[in-house]
Ligand binder design. Structure first.
Ligand SMILES: [Zn+2]
Length: 218
């Protein structure tokens, strides 16, 4: 049984679901994406994603028309295994088609682009053994890409990454995906301890420091 936190983009609210490993993910249509597929190698009892990413999966799965092997999707940042500002930590990225032949995988990658479902399809030269697709939300805080800037009132999967990383580094706060006073307080403490500008909101410099420190330490 996993607790699944879902940011409902359309309603701008966080939702909570309890699901067994064999059950479909919230907002999944037709049982095409099970909890165990979404979690991949993650051992976490809490998972998260957003409604937009689930809709992108539904669109792509319908476009492809048959089952798609999911190798990895969600990971918590302290579990590591991906780059420090990977969309896998947001629960909005999928690594697909590891069991396919190279020819079939090329077809899957082309379909991922043609479906229009994803905001990013990784080129084959970067991930030749699987197809990485993701659904990014907002403008990245850093020009090199990554996670969006956050401040009081922000909600969603990136706030969950922020809270999760702060917790992993000893700044104990709740994991609810809502950037309130407690989160802002923890961010200030982190910024002060790190010699960063004490803003209480999360800009590029704070994301880089935080995600570099928290990535893979679990
Ligand atoms: Zn990936």
């Amino acid at each position: 049984m996993a607790l699944i936190l879902v940011y409902n983009n359309a309603m701008n609210r966080m939702e909570r679901y309890y699901r067994e490993e064999w059950q479909p993910m919230p907002y999944n249509v037709g049982g095409t994406l099970k909890v165990r597929e979404f979690r991949g190698a993650s051992k976490s009892n809490i998972l998260w994603t957003d409604r937009r990413a689930m809709n992108s999966w539904n669109t792509f799965r319908r476009f492809w028309g048959s089952p798609i092997f999911v190798g990895y999707a969600f990971k918590r940042i302290w579990e590591g295994g991906h780059s420090s500002q990977s969309q896998h930590y947001a629960g909005t990225a999928f690594d697909l088609g590891q069991t396919l032949t190279a020819t079939q995988r090329t077809r899957l990658r082309t379909a991922a682009t043609n479906s229009g479902a994803w905001s990013y399809v990784e080129p084959a030269y970067l991930t030749p053994r699987w197809v990485h697709v993701d659904d990014r939300f907002g403008t990245p805080a850093c020009s090199i890409g990554g996670f969006p800037a956050l401040s009081i009132g922000s909600k969603g999967v990136y706030v969950l990454i922020l809270q999760d990383a702060l917790n992993a580094l000893g700044y104990t706060i709740g994991l609810d995906g809502i950037y309130g006073r407690n989160t802002s307080y923890a961010v200030r403490n982190f910024q002060r301890a790190q010699g960063l500008a004490v803003l209480g909101n999360v800009n590029c410099a704070t994301w880089v420091r935080l995600t570099t420190l928290a990535n893979g330490i679990g």
